[in-house]
Design a protein around this ligand. Structure first.
Ligand code: TYD
Ligand code: MG
Length: 407
């Protein structure tokens, strides 16, 4: 087992060299994107926390994984009745007899069910509904969530039972109030996206058994979550014309290259204080880029409303999309369209310099795959990987040079 010995005082110190890596046998759940993010499947006894905002699709992902998984699966539903879960299951696929549903919020009851049924996999939906008489506070409180989790660990670990705990994340990004659970579990997955859009990203924020580089991309449809095998194609489309205010970025998210359309709307502020809003991109970073544009390129955007949006409801933290954000803002400000086969990647610094991005080669391949003919990159270094055939690299050293390159 990967965890420290459960019995107090039973551990013994031995030379580390005596221990060899033994390959953990993982069990594939049958839900490929889920397995990919886990690092190839579930490790016996692993405790996985699946977090996300209400309504994002945690229950859907869990239930469809439970339906695909082999062996006996116990699905604890503290929020929905078995009838409701059944209704959802009917939309998602076919049910086998080995999926057990338990409408239970008492941790003791769950522990009893684990001992009675000896499942191969356990889902708890959600950790915030659980309560244990050992602590007095209300369900959902920090003390309850922590104690209930500890009791589940105690019951599941000796049986090598993998557990997926669902946890609601508040707007501030905390699971169960503070991030009380993160250090107690082996894997922390977050499920995110815009509820009003179809795309969802599953990421590993922590993984004791694998890397946190992999992401899974899903589309929410009427019959559940479907893996998106060509995310760039889905997010960018194959349009021959682009409207003004849009630019294509080649980002890296996790270990995957991803092309997204950046949309900007710049208009003169009608009501006094100009508005700034960013969806899918950090607002602070947008404000920084606007200041750079004002100071280094002479664009007077101080009196303009600026709205920025990443198409598809995707949220990216890759600074490599800065250059495309600037491209979209310039395009909207000047009301000029970008060439539909030009993409951008580069980080913009405070002095207006365009910095090189990580994994340029992977980005070039992705741009080329999607039919791009030109890729605007940093001109700070002229060395670097060769571009694939048919893709021309355009190097810019400063954001101030971007306008004449693009239009
Ligand atoms: P849900 O899994 O209940 O979210 P969470 O458990 O994170 O709160 O799903 C949320 C939304 O997904 C719900 O509003 C309806 C929608 N949905 C679909 O679009 N298609 C489906 O097949 C299912 C089951 C749900
Ligand atoms: Mg739910």
């Amino acid at each position: 087992m990967e965890r420290a010995a459960v019995v107090v005082g039973a551990a013994e110190a031995r030379p580390l060299i005596d221990y060899t890596e033994h390959k953990t046998d993982r069990t594939g759940t049958g839900e490929a994107e889920f397995d990919r993010v886990l690092g190839g499947g579930l490790v016996p006894g692993a405790l996985v926390l699946l977090g996300g905002e209400p309504g994002i699709g945690k229950s859907t992902l869990s239930l469809q994984t439970a339906m695909k998984a082999k062996g006996k699966v116990l699905y604890v539903s503290g929020e929905e009745s078995p009838e409701q879960v059944r209704l959802r299951a009917d939309r998602l696929g076919t049910l086998g007899p080995e999926l057990l549903i338990l409408p239970e919020t008492s941790t003791e009851g769950i522990v009893r069910a684990i001992k009675d049924h000896r499942p191969d996999l356990l889902f708890v939906d959600s950790i915030q509904t659980l309560h244990t008489p050992r602590v007095e506070s209300a369900p959902g409180s920090v003390a309850q969530v922590r104690e209930s989790t500890a009791e589940l660990i105690l019951a599941a670990k000796p049986l090598q039972l993998p557990v997926v705990l669902i946890g609601h994340i508040t707007k501030e990004g905390a699971i169960a109030g503070p991030k009380v659970l993160e250090h107690m579990v082996d894997v922390v997955l977050t499920f995110e996206g815009d509820r009003h859009h179809a795309y969802r990203i599953l990421r590993a924020a922590k993984n004791r058994f694998g890397s946190t580089q992999e992401i899974g991309i899903f589309e929410m449809r009427g019959d559940g979550l479907h893996a998106v095998t060509d995310p760039s194609g889905a997010l960018v489309g194959n349009s021959d014309v682009r409207s003004s205010g849009t630019a294509l970025a080649v980002a890296i998210e996790g270990a995957r290259p991803l092309m997204v359309e950046i949309q900007a709307l710049v208009s003169s502020a009608v009501y006094g204080t100009p508005q700034r809003s960013a969806t899918g991109y950090e607002l602070k970073r947008l404000n920084m880029l606007l200041a750079v544009l004002e100071k280094r390129c002479g664009f007077k955007l101080g009196a303009s409303d600026v709205f920025l949006n990443l198409a598809g409801g995707i949220r990216l933290g890759d600074p490599g999309i800065d250059l495309a954000v600037v491209g979209a803002i310039l395009s909207s400000t000047l009301d000029l369209t970008l060439d539909p086969n030009t993409a951008l990647c580069g980080e913009v610094g405070l002095t207006g310099e365009v910095r090189p991005v990580a994994r340029l080669e992977q980005r070039m391949m992705e741009a080329s795959k999607l039919g791009m003919e030109r890729l605007v990159i940093s001109g700070m270094s002229t060395k670097g990987p060769d571009a694939p055939k048919g893709l021309k690299l355009i190097r810019v050293k400063r954001v101030g040079d971007l306008q004449k390159v693009l239009f």
